[in-house]
Design a protein around this ligand. Structure first.
Ligand code: KG4
Ligand code: ZN
Length: 354
């Protein structure tokens, strides 16, 4: 076994199977690079393309891919500088290979292969959802979380109740039957006239409103599944019935009530899942995990039910490359140069429910 392959301890005590990793994430509209050793995040740079896509009201895949090619080298250089490291210090490279926008993923994968191949380094391919879950393992965050636990994964493309058995291995206990939670935020924000991406804007507006001002329906399809499309329609009809002046005056209240309806469903199912599985720890992951209403409501519910809750740092919830490295600590590396044959994938083949 070479020094490179030997597992070492990191400052946080987590195993550093792969040494110092350059990590790349380009699955959607954030160009991101990070330097990670085990569970220690040494640098994390995210260059968001939000403004670029805002004029279209959503992400244009081809525009995202091109922007990743323009930004990635600078973002990698910035991450290396922030970690006070050079390419020769690297022990490996980790990269998101799916699910996501295929063109965007291929930009990151091609770059990762090139960085790794030039230096004869191993490469760790990472699933984006496992990356989101692994954000909970970042060192320096106390208390730390250890499996088994329930992790609610809520992003722009996914809403899953996962049972994390070990590392980043998970089973699915529940999922959305229609829209993802992030989609519900983004579509609701759009109806309320907020700029893209809407989730964060709706969160801000909701903080000034009264969540009890409108009684939006709480969809409860089956035990542990979610549904958000009826809620979106309810918002649409509610706004249609109000005169423009009234909508303008009550936007914060409507936003607060809409957010609350999403959050209540997420919290209810997550707590129910923990109880059904006999698990005492809950964690959350994905862009919607940054939502202040969700964080507050889940904190209160876990207190009430005597459950431990782990909330990742806000900057590790939305897409970032640090989470890719945190997941890589639990995944096997592909040796040089075998990974040159690796491909990206747009959709994850998710197993059936646990
Ligand atoms: O995980 P993520 O960055 O990208 C995907 O993998 O999809 O999640 C993006 C989603 C978007 O729908 C965005 O509006 C939502 O997360 N989001 C939020 C907040 N910040 C980001 N939703 C609600 N409240 C927030 N503070
Ligand atoms: Zn994501």
């Amino acid at each position: 076994m070479s020094d490179r392959e030997r597992s070492t301890e990191t400052a946080s005590g987590a195993p550093s199977r792969h040494g110092l990793l350059l990590c790349i994430e380009t699955s959607c509209d954030d160009t991101s690079a990070a330097l990670v050793r085990g569970h220690d995040v040494l640098a994390s740079i995210v260059s968001s393309q939000h403004e670029l896509h805002a004029e279209f009201g959503g992400i244009v895949p081809e525009v995202a891919s091109r922007r990743h090619t323009e930004l990635l080298n600078d973002v990698v250089a910035e991450a290396l500088a922030a970690a006070d490291a050079g390419l020769d210090d690297l022990d490996g490279v980790a990269v998101t290979v799916g699910p996501g926008l295929i063109g965007a993923l291929l930009v990151g994968l091609a770059a990762a292969k090139t960085f790794a191949w030039q230096r004869h380094l191993p490469l760790v391919p990472v699933n984006h959802l496992q990356g989101h879950i692994a954000a909970n393992y970042a060192a320096g965050h106390r208390p730390s979380v250890a499996p088994p636990f329930v992790c609610l994964v809520v992003s722009g493309g996914h809403t899953l109740l996962t049972l994390v058995d070990a590392g980043v291995e998970f089973r699915i206990a529940g999922r959305t039957v229609d829209d993802a939670a992030g989609e519900a935020f983004d579509k609701g924000a759009r109806l309320l006239g907020l700029p893209y991406p809407g989730g964060r804007e709706l969160d801000r507006l909701a903080a000034q409103g009264d969540a009890e001002s409108v009684d939006f329906p709480l969809a409860l399809p089956t035990e542990l599944d979610f549904s958000f499309s009826g809620l979106k329609t309810a918002l649409l009809y509610h706004l249609r019935e109000l005169p423009d002046a009234e909508v303008a005056a009550r936007r914060a209240d409507i936003a607060a009530a809409y957010q609350d309806a999403i959050v209540r469903q997420l919290v209810k199912k997550t707590v129910r899942c923990a109880e059904a599985e006999g698990l005492r720890t809950i964690a959350i992951a994905g862009g919607v995990a940054a939502n202040s209403g969700l964080r507050a409501a889940l904190t209160a519910a876990c207190e009430e039910h005597g459950l431990a809750l782990h909330l990742p740092a806000i900057e590790l919830c939305t897409d970032n490359a640090a989470m890719v490295g945190l997941a890589a600590a639990h995944l096997p590396a592909v040796p040089w140069p075998e990974y040159l044959a690796l491909d990206a994938y747009a959709a994850a083949a998710l197993a059936d429910k646990a």
